[in-house]
Design a protein around this ligand. Structure first.
Ligand code: NAD
Length: 437
């Protein structure tokens, strides 16, 4: 099939590359010419495990190409995925300016039937809005499909290649058949392609993200209670997660969720409810618990350092919002580091992948960045673990103790064996467990 993708970001590039891998001819366009130049040279402008190899192979075989000319892509492709950003607007709702601009550009260039597939996360009613917008350009021979994406950064290829389910919101049989053909190679193991109306498809994505975010915020609230009543959240989590009705996923407490999806999607859902004249009390709470959780260590760090972090040196392990990505959008580490620097601390940081992206975040040019997990510790007053990269799990506690000026560790992702760390002379604060050492 001849497929176009608008937006070469975390979603569009993965989708385009995986679709090419299945033998389709895929043309990916982006407004950023530097991004397209990088992709044309066979490199990926962000970190996603396995993506560059897959991209190169499909590019070499002539199934995957990149450009900035949306008109050329539209002439080329019958199925066009819109995978542009839908960031948070000032009022918390989803900002639809990019998707509308992309849809208008597609509509202007259309000649004959086109199937426009909304892959971006968009509020209910956007499908109908895009359809009206394309019609307003004088086009009649087209379909607009809602096909939300559920991939996770860090495991994006696996998720796209082997989806738990594919959600397709359609109004016409022609579009449904096209979507079945596109996704058939991805669901050979029997995973379902769920066909529904576009409004339900749009809502399914928000409800999934809000439910996942709710488990994280709920567990973070429980962790804070555990800590104050002398319970160990790890034990509690294991006991609770063993219940088959509950399950063990997404119950790990920490410094809160981040990334380009959960925070903005939970807030957008609040605005969707508000627009419908309904309260979104649960969603508001998910967000406010998360906002507080990002800074939960601030008073503890201040207390450990004698009441203030002024002129203290705090080392960070991890900046990305989660491991296996360089994405720092809404990353708790960025909020915590900025809060400490605002209070006069010097922050130095190490992250295996997110150093460059983190340094571009507001306020983060005040931090210094290191290429090595141990160099960053030399002479620091405390270590904060903000992302659970695997390489932090089996840290050399003797080395940590020798390098840190004071043996204080704030494990914001509960990655350390804190009893063992304490035996080695470290004092460890974590989330939802008693301080050790
Ligand atoms: P992104 O910011 O990484 O990429 C978006 C790309 O679109 C950018 O490169 C931008 O230059 C390009 N773009 C914007 N307007 C354009 C236009 N008119 N023409 C061509 N290119 C244009 O965003 P992302 O993380 O890939 O997210 C895209 C959408 O997918 C969002 O709605 C997001 O909520 C959703 N989503 C993201 C993830 C994720 O893990 N990142 C997962 C599921 C869904």
């Amino acid at each position: 099939m001849r497929i176009g993708v608008v937006g070469a970001g975390y979603v569009g590039l993965v989708a385009g590359t995986c679709l090419a891998e299945m033998g389709n001819h895929v043309h990916v366009v982006d407004v950023k010419s530097d991004v397209i130049a990088t992709l044309r040279s066979g490199r990926v402008h962000y970190f996603e495990p396995g993506l560059e190899e897959l991209l190169r192979r499909n590019q070499k075989d002539g199934r995957l190409r990149f450009g900035t000319d949306i008109g050329e892509m539209v002439r080329d492709a019958e199925y066009i995925f819109l995978a542009v950003g839908t960031p948070q607007a000032e009022d918390g709702s989803a900002d639809l300016q990019y998707i509308e601009a992309a849809a208008t550009a597609v509509a202007k260039a259309m000649t004959g039937y086109r199937c426009i597939i909304i892959k971006s996360t968009v509020p209910v009613g956007t499908n109908a809005r895009i359809e009206a917008l394309v019609r307003a350009q004088g086009r009649t021979d087209f379909d607009v499909v809602s096909n939300p994406e559920f991939l996770k950064e860090g495991a994006a290829i696996e998720d796209f290649m082997y989806p738990d389910r594919v959600v397709v919101g359609v109004r016409s049989t022609r579009a449904e058949q096209g979507m079945q053909s596109i996704y058939a190679p991805f669901v050979r193991t029997g995973r379902p392609i769920m066909v529904m109306d576009p409004e339900s498809a749009e809502m399914a994505k928000y409800v999934s993200n809000a439910l996942l975010a709710s488990r994280i915020s709920f567990m973070n609230e429980m962790a804070n209670i555990c800590q104050n009543v002398g319970a160990d959240v790890d034990r509690v989590r294991q006991a609770v997660g063993s219940d088959r009705r509950i399950g063990s996923a997404f119950l790990f407490p920490g410094l809160g969720y981040g990334g380009s999806c959960f925070p903005k999607d939970v807030r957008a859902l609040c605005r969707i409810a508000e627009k419908a004249g309904l309260p979104a009390r649960m969603c508001e709470a998910i967000d406010s618990v998360n906002v507080a959780q990002r800074l939960v260590f601030v008073p503890a760090i201040e207390a450990a350092l004698g009441g203030s972090v002024k002129d203290a040196t705090i080392a960070f392990w991890g900046l990305a919002f989660k491991p296996r990505t360089d994405d720092v959008r809404e990353a708790p580490a960025i909020y915590l580091a900025n809060a400490l620097m605002d209070r006069g601390a010097c922050v130095r940081a190490y992250d295996p992948e997110a150093r460059v992206t983190a340094a571009r975040e507001p306020g983060m040019n005040r931090a210094t960045y290191y290429d090595n997990a141990y160099e960053v510790l030399d002479g620091a007053d405390a270590l904060v673990i903000a992302t659970e990269w695997n390489e932090f799990r089996c840290a050399d506690f003797d080395r940590l103790k020798a390098l840190l000026k004071r043996p204080f560790v704030f494990d914001g992702r509960n990655v350390f064996d804190i009893a063992l760390a304490a035996k080695k002379g470290l004092r460890v604060w974590s989330i939802g467990r008693a301080m050790q050492g």
